[in-house]
Design a protein around this ligand. Structure first.
Ligand SMILES: NC(=O)c1ccc[n+]([C@@H]2O[C@H](COP(=O)([O-])OP(=O)(O)OC[C@H]3O[C@@H](n4cnc5c(N)ncnc54)[C@H](OP(=O)(O)O)[C@@H]3O)[C@@H](O)[C@H]2O)c1
Length: 264
């Protein structure tokens, strides 16, 4: 039988832990312990909480927590799962979009799951959980019900998503967020290197995202690739080859893909 998840321990002190721990506390849960392999980082997070204590080893045998949230780097989940020691009748989740639930099979409990907040988190940026989709998975229905109760206390968008679906969601999220952000960075660099003010692009960036969300990305596409304007495309590629061949390669790949899709 699963106890209520009223008391929670968080393993990890990175971007997700930094936002999730206070959000859980604000929703009425007790974050009783924060594990960090660097005590000063655990202390910084615990200082944000009413009662969180820091922990620098993974032996939680005597912990009062019943839910353990592993908010550690993807490639550390398995290692932490192997090392962690838990009290009886406890449950463990990880917060990764890219890792399947069975990454946790080595934890010393049958109660495993995933609590994936589908958003980009950085410590330096405040964010409200209310509108963040939380994608849940659990090894059994009882645990899923408990996780759902908890997730619904902090978010209005809770969804049950299995490991295979989450893998697809994660790829899509990489395109939507990580690649978009990288392209923004590249475009800023182009302006910056010619002493142009990067804020010139801000209205365009806002309208791009707003329009894509309102009328769909397929209907929103404009530009030389969409128009098959080969003269302009060649001109851009010549400029970029001289600027940085890696930029030219990215431009060419995206252009060819837009052209192939536009012709369908
Ligand atoms: N950031 C996002 O936007 C986001 C969004 C949704 C889900 N996620 C997922 O949430 C999880 C955490 O992401 P994050 O962005 O919070 O990562 P992060 O900021 O890079 O923090 C990673 C945390 O894991 C700890 N860690 C790394 N290797 C460890 C090990 N071998 N043993 C113990 N602790 C270890 C780090 O400790 P040190 O500080 O000592 O290195 C740090 O506390 C990941 O699974 C990620 O995929 C992230």
């Amino acid at each position: 039988m699963i106890n209520s998840y009223q008391k929670i321990a968080i393993v990890g002190t990175g971007n997700v832990a930094w936002h999730l721990a206070p959000a859980l506390e604000a929703a009425g849960y007790s974050v009783v312990q924060i594990y960090g392999r660097q005590p000063e980082k655990a202390r910084a997070l615990a200082n944000q909480l009413k009662q969180g204590r820091i922990k620098t080893d993974l032996d939680f045998t005597n912990s009062s927590a019943r839910l353990f949230i592993l908010a550690v780097s993807d490639d550390a989940i398995k290692e932490v799962a192997r090392q962690i020691r838990l009290p009886k009748e406890s449950a463990v989740v990880h917060t990764s979009g890219g890792q399947p639930m069975d990454t946790l099979t080595d934890v010393p409990t049958q109660q495993i799951g995933v609590f994936y907040p589908l958003q980009t988190f950085s410590k330096q940026r405040a964010i409200s959980f209310e509108n963040i989709p939380i994608c849940l998975e659990a090894s059994n229905k009882e645990m899923l019900d408990e996780l759902t109760k908890l997730a619904e206390k902090i978010s209005n968008h809770v969804q049950i998503i299995d490991s295979q679906q989450r893998a697809v969601l994660h790829v899509a999220a990489v395109f939507a967020n990580n690649f978009t952000n990288h392209l923004l960075r590249m475009s800023e660099q182009l302006l910056h290197d010619r002493q142009l003010n990067t804020t010139l692009l801000h209205p365009l960036v806002h309208e791009t995202v707003t329009k894509a969300l309102e009328i769909s990305p397929a209907q929103s596409q404009t530009g030389p690739a969409r128009r098959n304007d080969q003269k302009t495309i060649d001109h851009h590629i010549d400029y970029l080859k001289a600027y940085d061949p890696a930029y030219a390669k990215v431009y060419q790949t995206l252009t060819e893909h837009i052209q192939s899709i536009s012709q369908e």
